[in-house]
Design a protein around this ligand. Structure first.
Ligand code: F6P
Length: 536
C-alpha cells in the first residue's frame, strides 16, 4: 500500500462513520474508553470522545506508517538535515539527551556542548541567586527580564507561568516581547535597575523587536543607576555571538544557540535561562527529564500506542476527514494560561504551509487554527459557540488531579479544584453527548435549547503540573507537530511566511523616517502612514 491508498482508506473509514454519532459509538461499545485511553510518561490521554472507531484508528495508523513517520523520526534523532529548505538538522531532541549519548553534526558530537552550556547556565543562575553575580552598583540581582519574541519568549514565558509553584531561587523572571514600548514600560515600572538583569534571547540577534527593547532597557539601566557601564546586567542567548559581543554583553554571559534548534522548539535550550534563574537548575533539569521521557516513548512505542502519533492522527482525522478548520486547547489549569499561545506558534508556524517538501502545492489542508483559554473562564465566553455554533471545533482538554495552589485554606482549595475538574469533565461530556430540548419549554425556545453533541474532544490528565509533567506535555505537542508535518508532507522547521511582513515593515519605516520618497508602498498603506505622521 502506498501513501495515497492509505489516505483513501482513511477516507473510506470516515465515510463509514458519516452517519454515526459519538454517542452511537458509546452505545455500540459502552466501555470504549478502555480501548481509546493511552499512557505516555505521567500523562493519561483519552481519545474515546473522538468520532473514531477501531477501523478508523487502524487506517490512520497505516497512514502514519506509509507517510514515512518512523523513518523521518529516526532521521531527526540521528541528526540528518531533515530541514530541507534550510539544509539543517532538527535537534531540539538533543537538548535533553543524557550526557553519554551522542549525535554527530558535521563530524562533531553536539551533546557535550549542550551539557557544557547547561552547566554554565546553572553556574550563572546560582551566582545570580546567591548574590555573587551582582549589578553595577553591587546590589544583588532580584529580577531577570527576558527580552525575546516568538520562540525566544513564548516557551520560557509559558513555562514560568506554568511552574510558578516551583519558583525556588528568590529571583523573579519577567518577559518582554512586543516592540510596543508599553510592554517594556509596564514590566520596568515595577522594577529597580540596581537589582535587574536582562537576558537578550534571540537566535539571530537581529530581530527588530528584541533589539529595540534591549537598547531601550540599556538606557533605563544607565539613567536609573547613573552609570555608563551596565554590561554585567546583560546576558544573551544567541547563535550570533559576535552581535551579542558587539551589543556589549560580556563573553562569559553569552550562552550559545545552534542553527539546528528552531525557535519554537527551543525551550530546553539556553532560551530557558530566565526560567532556570527562577525555578533553579534542578527543576529545569526535571523539565528536561520529562521531555526526554516523552522522546523515549515517541521513539519506542508502537505506532498504535504512540501517544504523540495518535494525537497527530486524531488531528489529521478532524482536519482532513471531518473538515474541522480550528482546534481549541482548553487547559483547566490557570498556570497553563499561555500554553495555547505557545502551541499557536509551535503548530501554526510549523505546519501553516501550502507547499510540500518538494516545493509543490499540497493537495490537502494543513494546520488548523489553534487557539484557547483556560477553563472555566472559556465556558463563560466562547463555549456557547463550541456547543451550539455552526462549526464543529475539536477540543483538547487538559487537567490535573491535584492543584498547585498554595497559601489558602486547604479545604477550600480542595473544593475549588474539585469544582474546576467537575466542569472540565462535564464540558467534554456535554460536547460529545449533547442534550435534546426539555419538553416543558415554550415552543419559541425549541432549537435554542438543543445541544446537538457529537463534538469531539481529547482529554489529557496527570496528577500534578510538575516540571517533569510540563516537559512531557511540551514534547508531546512537539512530536505531534512533527508527525503531522510528515503526513502533510511539509517541512515543519522553516518559516518563510514571516519574512515578507518584516521586509515591508522596513520599507514603511523608511517612508515614515522620510528617507525614502521613492516608495512602492500601496495606496492604502501610504494614506494610513500619512494619517499616522500627522497625528503622532
Ligand atoms: O519571525 C519569526 C521568528 O523567526 C520565529 O521563528 C522566532 O522564534 C522568532 O522570530 C524570534 O527570532 P530570534 O530568536 O532570532 O529573535
Amino acid at each position: 500500500m502506498g501513501m495515497s491508498s492509505a489516505w483513501n482508506n482513511v477516507g473510506a473509514a470516515a465515510n463509514a462513520l458519516e452517519k454515526v454519532a459519538i454517542s452511537n459509538l458509546f452505545t455500540q461499545q459502552p466501555t470504549r474508553t478502555e480501548l481509546f485511553m493511552f499512557h505516555a510518561g505521567e500523562l493519561l490521554v483519552d481519545f474515546s470522545r473522538q468520532k473514531i472507531d477501531a477501523a478508523a484508528l487502524q487506517a490512520l495508523v497505516a497512514l502514519a506508517k506509509y507517510s514515512d513517520v518512523e523513518n523521518q523520526r529516526n532521521k531527526m534523532f540521528s541528526g540528518e538535515a531533515i530541514n530541507n529548505t534550510e539544509d539543517r538538522p532538527v535537534l531540539h531532541v538533543a537538548l535533553r539527551m543524557n550526557a553519554d549519548e551522542s549525535v554527530v553534526v558535521s563530524g562533531k558530537n553536539v551533546v557535550p556542548e549542550i551539557h557544557a552550556t547547561l552547566q554554565r547556565m546553572s553556574y550563572a543562575a546560582e551566582h545570580i541567586a546567591s548574590g555573587a553575580h551582582s549589578g553595577a552598583t553591587g546590589k544583588p540581582i532580584k529580577h531577570v527580564v527576558n527580552i525575546g519574541i516568538g520562540g525566544s519568549d513564548l516557551g520560557p514565558a509559558m513555562a514560568m507561568r506554568a511552574l510558578i509553584a516551583y519558583a525556588a531561587t528568590g529571583v523573579q523572571a519577567h518577559f518582554v516581547s512586543n516592540v510596543d514600548p508599553t510592554d517594556l514600560a509596564h514590566v520596568l515600572a515595577h522594577l529597580n535597575p540596581h537589582e535587574t538583569a536582562f537576558v537578550v534571547a534571540s537566535k539571530t540577534f537581529t530581530t527588530q523587536e528584541t533589539m529595540a527593547n534591549a537598547h531601550t532597557a540599556m538606557k533605563w539601566l544607565q539613567t536609573g543607576m547613573n552609570v555608563a557601564s551596565v554590561s554585567n546586567h546583560y546576558f544573551a542567548v544567541t547563535a550570533n555571538i559576535d552581535a551579542a559581543v558587539h551589543f556589549g554583553v560580556p563573553m562569559e554571559n553569552i550562552f550559545p544557540m545552534w542553527d539546528w534548534v528552531g525557535g519554537r522548539f527551543s525551550l530546553g535550550s539556553a532560551i530557558g535561562f530566565s526560567l532556570m534563574c527562577s525555578i533553579g537548575a534542578q527543576h529545569f533539569g526535571d523539565m528536561l527529564l520529562g521531555m526526554r521521557e516523552m522522546d523515549e516513548h515517541f521513539c519506542t512505542a508502537e505506532l498504535q500506542e504512540n501517544v504523540p502519533v495518535l494525537l497527530a492522527l486524531v488531528g489529521i482525522w478532524n482536519r482532513n476527514f471531518l473538515g474541522c478548520a480550528s482546534q481549541a486547547v482548553i487547559p483547566y489549569l490557570q498556570e497553563l494560561a499561555r500554553f495555547p499561545a505557545y502551541l499557536q506558534q509551535l503548530e501554526m508556524e510549523s505546519n501553516g504551509k501550502r507547499a510540500n517538501r518538494a516545493g509543490e502545492l499540497v493537495e490537502h489542508a494543513t494546520s488548523p487554527v489553534v487557539w484557547g483559554e483556560p477553563g472555566t473562564n472559556g465556558q463563560h465566553a466562547f463555549f456557547q459557540l463550541l456547543h451550539q455554533g455552526t462549526d464543529v471545533i475539536p477540543v483538547d482538554f487538559i487537567g490535573a488531579a491535584r492543584t498547585t495552589a498554595a497559601g489558602l485554606d486547604e479545604q477550600s482549595v480542595r473544593e475549588q479544584h474539585q469544582k474546576l475538574m467537575a466542569n472540565m469533565f462535564a464540558q467534554a461530556s456535554a460536547l460529545a453527548f449533547g442534550s435534546p430540548a426539555p419538553t416543558d419549554i415554550p415552543s419559541a425556545q425549541g432549537e435554542h435549547r438543543v445541544f446537538p453533541g457529537n463534538r469531539p474532544s481529547t482529554t489529557i490528565v496527570f496528577n500534578e503540573l510538575s516540571p517533569r509533567v510540563l516537559g512531557q506535555l511540551v514534547a508531546l505537542y512537539e512530536h505531534k507537530t512533527f508527525v503531522q508535518g510528515c503526513i502533510w508532507g511539509v517541512n515543519s522547521f522553516d518559516q518563510w511566511g514571516v519574512e515578507l511582513g518584516k521586509v515591508l515593515a522596513g520599507d514603511v519605516l523608511a517612508h515614515m523616517a522620510n528617507t525614502s520618497h521613492d516608495t512602492t508602498l500601496d495606496h492604502s498603506t501610504r494614506v494610513l502612514v500619512e494619517w499616522f505622521l500627522k497625528n503622532s
